[in-house]
Design a protein around this ligand. Structure first.
Ligand code: V47
Ligand code: SF4
Length: 377
C-alpha cells in the first residue's frame, strides 16, 4: 500500500458513520470511491456541510491526487497598464480611460527591461496581465512575446486572458482560431486563469457587462487546449453571486476539462472590497473561503491542482487552505503585482523568497512537489 493510500484509508476511517451529517453519507461514499458528485450534492456541501467534514473530504481528494506535496512557482508579474477601456465593478486596479493620466502605460522597452532585471535570477515564469487599451494590439503583444522568448527562451510565458485576446483578435479582424495560432507562434506557453469572474450571465451582466462573455472565455481556452497548450481557470467569488452561480461556473469548467484536459489548476479568488464600485459589499469570512477551496477540490474531480493565490488570501490563510484541498501556491511574485494591494489585501508588497515558500509549505506539514523549484502554471 502506498503512502498516499495509507493517508486515504486513515482519513476515510476518521469520518465515522455516526459523525456524518444527515444526508451526506452518500456524498462521503462517492468521494471515497472516487465517484463524481452532482451539482445538487455540491449545493448540499456548500449549504449544510460542517467545515471539518468538508476539510476531511477535500484532503482525501488532495491526497489521492498529490499526496501531501505542494507546488509553487518562482515568478514575477508584468502589468502593462492599469488603464482599461472596460468597467468591471469589482476592479480597484484599473483607471478608466478618461482618467488615464492617473495610471501607467508601459512601452515595449519598459517591459523588456523588467524581464532583463531578472537576468541571472532563478525565476521560471513571467505572468503578464493588465488593463485593456487599443495600443496593446495583437502585433504589439506578439512582438513582445517573441522578444521575451528570444532574450530568455526557458522563461515560461503565462500571458493575457480571453478578456484581452477577445479584444485584440476582434480589433485585428482575425478569428479566434487565427489569433490563437499567432500567439502560440509568438511563444506564449500558457494562459492564466483571469477574466473568468462568474460565467453566469445573470451575474456577469451586473459586475462586468462590457467584456467577453463566459462562453467566449471558455471558447478561447478550448481552442488554446486544442493547440496542445495548457491554461488555468479562476472564479471570483464572495460578492453578489449565490452558490448556484458558483456551481454553474465550476460545472462549465468541469465539462470543458472532460473534453480537453487542458486545465492545470483552479484558483478561487476572494472578492476584496477596497476602492471599487462594489465596496459596499462585506467580504466573505475565512470559513466561507475554506469552504470554497474544499468544495471546488471535491467537485472538480478532473482538475489536478487547486491553487491559493497568497497575495490575495494572505500567507497564513494560504497555509490553512493546504488542509482544505490546496496543493499549489502562487508564487514568489517579487512585489510585481498591484491588483490585490489596490483591492485591499493585507499583503501590500507581496514577495516571498523560495526559502519563505518552502518554509511555509513545510510549516503546514507539506512536502515539496517533485522537481521543486517548479511551476504548475
Ligand atoms: O480576473 C480583480 C481578479 C483576476 C479584484 O492563472 C479581483 O496562475 C478580488 O486571474 N477582488 C486577475 N479579485 C488575477 C488572476 C490570477 C492571479 C494569480 C494567478 C493566476 C494564474 C491568475 O483578479 C481578475 C479578477 O477576477 N480581481 N479585482 C478584487 N477587487
Ligand atoms: Fe479592466 Fe481587468 Fe479591471 Fe476589468 S478587471 S476593468 S478588464 S483591468
Amino acid at each position: 500500500m502506498s503512502e498516499n493510500n495509507v493517508d486515504i484509508a486513515l482519513i476515510a476511517s476518521l469520518v465515522r458513520d455516526d459523525s456524518i451529517p444527515e444526508g451526506m453519507g452518500a456524498i462521503r461514499q462517492k468521494v471515497i470511491e472516487g465517484i463524481r458528485i452532482s451539482d445538487e450534492e455540491a449545493r448540499l456541501l456548500f449549504e449544510q456541510a460542517p467545515l471539518s467534514f468538508l476539510g476531511m473530504l477535500a484532503d482525501l481528494v488532495r491526497n489521492r491526487k498529490n499526496g501531501n506535496k505542494t507546488y509553487f512557482n518562482r515568478n514575477f508579474h508584468i502589468e502593462p497598464t492599469n488603464v482599461c477601456i472596460y468597467d468591471c465593478k469589482f476592479c480597484s486596479y484599473s483607471r478608466m480611460i478618461k482618467h488615464r493620466g492617473d495610471g501607467w502605460e508601459y512601452t515595449m522597452e519598459d517591459m523588456l527591461n523588467i524581464v532583463k532585471k531578472y537576468d541571472g535570477q532563478p525565476v521560471t515564469e513571467v505572468h503578464i496581465v493588465g488593463g485593456v487599451l487599443p495600443q496593446y494590439d495583437l502585433d504589439f503583444y506578439c512582438e513582445l512575446f517573441s522578444k521575451i522568448k528570444a532574450h530568455r527562451p526557458e522563461l515560461h510565458i503565462k500571458a493575457l486572458t480571453p478578456v484581452e485576446y477577445h479584444y485584440i483578435f476582434k480589433k485585428a479582424k482575425v478569428s479566434y482560431e487565427e489569433g490563437v495560432r499567432r500567439i502560440v507562434e509568438s511563444g506564449v506557453d500558457s494562459l492564466p486563469g483571469g477574466g473568468a469572474e462568474i460565467f453566469h450571465p445573470e451575474i456577469r451582466e451586473q459586475i462586468c457587462a462590457d467584456k467577453c462573455t463566459g462562453d467566449e472565455w471558455l471558447r478561447i481556452h478550448e481552442l488554446w487546449h486544442a493547440a496542445g497548450k495548457r491554461s488555468n481557470a479562476t472564479i471570483l467569488y464572495g460578492h453578489i453571486e449565490n452558490y448556484g452561480h458558483r456551481i454553474d461556473h465550476m460545472r462549465r469548467l468541469r465539462e470543458l476539462q472532460d473534453k480537453t484536459g487542458g486545465f492545470q489548476t483552479f484558483i478561487p479568488l476572494k472578492f476584496r472590497n477596497k476602492d471599487n464600485e462594489m465596496s459596499h459589499l462585506t467580504e466573505t469570512t475565512v470559513i466561507e473561503d475554506l469552504k470554497m477551496y474544499a468544495v471546488s477540490r471535491i467537485y472538480l474531480d478532473n482538475f489536478d491542482h487547486i491553487k491559493a493565490y497568497w497575495p490575495m488570501l494572505g500567507r497564513h490563510m494560504a497555509q490553512v487552505a493546504m488542509s482544505f484541498g490546496v496543493d499549489d501556491l502562487d508564487g514568489t511574485i517579487d512585489d510585481t503585482t498591484k491588483i490585490y494591494s489596490m483591492a485591499g489585501s493585507e499583503e501590500q508588497n507581496p514577495a516571498m523568497s523560495t526559502y519563505d515558500l518552502v518554509t511555509l509549505i513545510k510549516g503546514a506539514g507539506g512536502r515539496l512537489g517533485k522537481g521543486i523549484p517548479c511551476t504548475t502554471s
